[in-house]
Design a protein around this ligand. Sequence first.
Ligand code: NI
Length: 226
Amino acid sequence: MLLHVAGVLDAEEIRHCVEQLREGNWTDGRETVGAQGARVKRNLQLPEGAPVRQALGALVLAAVARHPLFHAAALPQRTLPPRFNRYEGGGHYGFHVDGAVMALPDQAGQLRSDIACTLFLSAPDEYDGGALLISDTYGEHEVKLPAGDLILYPASSLHRVDPVTRGSRLAAFFWVQSLVRDDGRRRTLFELDQAIQTLQAAGADAGAVLRLTNVYHNLLRQWVDT
Ligand code: NI
């Protein structure tokens, strides 16, 4: 499932992130990928241990945690602390795959990357190029969102970032291990959840809404992966 989650960060939070990132001590993005990724990756990243990365990462995770759409779509079990990247001067990242298993910090075990997320921090008119291209069974999807918006997509897809030919593109990115491993099942639960909320808001029959809510939880109970 490809989902655009709008308004994860407000204008003040975006301004704060961009200000902090401008001061950042950026290093070559190839430091966090294997040989396959290193051949096609040309961008800058904040080093893993940078305090600003930790502080802004916590801000991003708090923002997604309070966003009802994100929670309903991702059903997060574990989340890797966000990283921050910067593309400029032709910087790009060719088609690649994300690792299936990633180490959590502080020897906290591992994470299976079910869902990839990119949170845009630069407004689309601040740079040329820099679209995220996601290739799945339905074809290729080009994503370039307003600052503060997030795209959530299956980490199993091939994806790339077009060269940035003007300006600078700042973004946060992270991966989620979901309580529901299968993308199709997650989508079914998300559709059901959204339909229930629409019915509730429309004042539908309370007994029927309750039964549908029960169906939602029974499906989740069958599919949950803990
Ligand atoms: Ni990637």
